[in-house]
Design a protein around this ligand. Structure first.
Ligand SMILES: [Zn+2]
Length: 331
């Protein structure tokens, strides 16, 4: 049975994946989780994997998603273990570049996620084919984004996979999978390494999936082609995160992107400066969990804020963080 038939959802021990109906993106954005769940925290970790992406999502119900696995073979799996992760429900590779899938084969072998999502892009390498072999060997259910929004229920945290734009044979970055995480009024937009072409397709075709997100994971590690004014005007993030390696040869994040964020008054957090960036939210407020590398990079700004439960009319400005993390039991 294919559980990903359009308009059909499958719930397996609390993890549900489905293709959303056309035109239902607004509904997907406002999943209205049970009010009791909103009082319990979820955590998103932008893991410090060097120059690459790896984003860990943990729901209040203990469901786990891993979006990308960084450039090196061992680091993502090591970081998951260090955080006490024992199983992964869904692993996603946003696109076929090593800085996003390099650690995924080991994650697949060691954590045996129940679902694996990637595109069918023909930009493949031997190491990517080895990853696909691992997915097949472990008997993991493999799924792809479609032309419609796809809804993944990670307990009460909703991941909405953006409609996949037309395939780019020229630029693999523009084949990135885009995802909106929503938990009550807290949200995160993450679009892999999407450049102008793919982002423009989403701006015109799926603006509701971008609109008013609490956190923006900068596309393409803060490259100048991953962020522009129109993008920020739609997303209006309270905070931006750049997943970058210290002293990387690409110059990420680019100065243009950094100054654009500054002009828009959006604080930027960088994994090369803070290490893993962990954000905790109960669906109403959010805070940074203590930076892993606070001692290495002392004195960096903290942030936190309150998010509107629905709509954004009552957004408030970011305000100093309370000491989240210490008493939550999250690592
Ligand atoms: Zn990348």
């Amino acid at each position: 049975m294919n559980p990903f038939k359009p308009l059909r959802s499958l719930v397996l021990c609390g993890l549900a994946l489905a293709a959303a109906a056309a035109g239902s993106s607004a509904r997907a954005q406002d999943p209205a989780p049970p009010s009791t769940a909103r009082l319990r925290p979820m955590v998103v970790d932008f893991l410090d994997v060097g120059q690459g992406d790896s984003i860990l999502v943990r729901s209040p119900e203990g469901k786990v998603a891993l979006i990308d696995a960084g450039p090196t073979r061992d680091e993502a799996a090591r970081l998951l273990k260090a955080k006490g992760i024992e199983s992964v429900d869904i692993a996603i590779v946003t696109h076929h570049h090593l800085d996003h899938y390099g650690g995924m084969e080991k994650v697949i072998r060691e954590f045996k996620p129940r679902f694996f999502m990637a595109t069918g892009s023909s930009h493949t390498t031997r190491s990517y084919l080895k990853l696909l072999e691992a997915v097949r060997d472990e008997g993991i259910t493999s799924v792809e984004p479609t032309g419609k929004p796809r809804r993944i229920e990670l307990g009460s945290v909703i991941l909405t996979v953006f409609p996949q734009p037309a395939y780019s044979a020229k630029e693999e970055n523009d084949n990135s999978i885009g995802i909106r995480l929503q938990y009550g009024g807290f949200s995160v937009v993450m679009t892999g390494d999407s450049e102008e072409g793919e982002r423009a397709a989403w701006v015109s075709g799926s603006p509701d999936l971008l609109r008013e997100s609490t956190v923006l994971k900068l596309a393409h590690h803060g490259s100048r082609n991953g962020t522009d004014q129109e993008w920020l005007d739609l997303i209006r993030p309270e905070i931006a995160v750049a997943s970058v390696g210290e002293g990387n040869s690409y110059g990420h994040p680019h100065a243009e992107a950094v100054s654009l964020l500054r002009r828009n008054g959006i604080p930027l957090l960088r994994t090369d400066q803070r290490g893993t960036i962990s954000i905790i939210s109960n669906g109403e407020t959010w805070n940074l969990v203590k930076p892993d590398l606070a001692s290495r990079r002392a004195g960096r700004a903290r942030a936190g804020g309150r998010v509107a439960a629905s709509g954004r009319q009552s957004r408030t400005a970011a305000r100093p963080a309370r000491t989240a993390g210490a008493s939550t039991g999250w690592r």
